[in-house]
Design a protein around this ligand. Structure first.
Ligand SMILES: C[S@@+](CC[C@H](N)C(=O)[O-])C[C@H]1O[C@@H](n2cnc3c(N)ncnc32)[C@H](O)[C@@H]1O
Length: 200
């Protein structure tokens, strides 16, 4: 059982719900949304960001490697909190081939910093998006490692220019950045960005 499995049942709280609403609002300011937009949310957790996007988007697939998180999303589908036709995927694009499907929008929030080698994941996003589709990455700005503490093997946030170069190398056009609020912790404030790019 991973720490995300253990935290899934109590993941949703007012702070995370407000954060998801904020991220969804900034995404709505950055990329076109409509009920015909096919969305993949990658590392969706309990699906809070998809919930916040609501009827501004169309058919949705929610991917997460945590069975606990997927279980919470399945309950939300059953109770109507997430759309009845939402698909829930157990896929890890850092190791698995991308599913044979196509999307107009890929959203990933506070997930990429958990994945040491981003290249296969970004390439999979490019493969899953139709030409002209949009990628939205909301994550932490570079931080001093205190966000996860010792023993964490992911990224200590991201340097904007370095992440932009990686996204563009995976088959995307120029990356634009917006400020996207912050994660507030007793030990400090961790600013977030939203990076957007179009599948070239
Ligand atoms: C910090 S949580 C964010 C969850 C959600 N995006 C949110 O904003 O509430 C990171 C999520 O990424 C998932 N995750 C971690 N590594 C992953 C990977 N390689 N592929 C897909 N999901 C992953 C975790 O299971 C977890 O649900």
């Amino acid at each position: 059982m991973t720490s995300f499995d253990e935290r899934a049942a109590t993941w949703d709280d007012p702070m995370k719900t407000e954060r998801a609403a904020r991220v969804a609002r900034v995404i709505g300011e950055a990329v076109p949304l409509s009920p015909s937009v096919r969305l993949l949310e990658y590392g969706a957790g309990t699906g809070l960001v998809t919930q916040a996007l609501g009827d501004r988007i169309g058919p949705v697939a929610l991917a997460d490697t945590s069975s606990g998180m997927r279980g919470v999303m399945a309950e939300k589908v059953a109770t109507g909190t997430l759309p009845a036709d939402a698909r829930i995927w157990a896929v890890d694009l850092s190791t698995d081939p991308p599913p044979d499907d196509r999307f107009d929008l890929v959203v990933t929030v506070l997930t990429l910093h958990h994945i040491p080698d981003l290249a296969p994941v970004l390439a999979a996003f490019a493969a899953l998006l139709d030409d002209g589709g949009h990628l939205c990455v909301a994550d932490l700005e570079s931080e001093d490692g205190s966000f996860h503490g010792e023993g964490f093997h992911g990224h200590h946030g991201f340097d904007r220019a370095e992440l932009a170069a990686q996204i563009e190398a995976a088959g995307f056009g120029p990356v634009e950045f917006r400020d996207c609020g912050s994660v507030e912790r007793p030990d400090g404030t961790y600013p977030m960005f939203l990076a957007t790019a179009v599948r070239a």
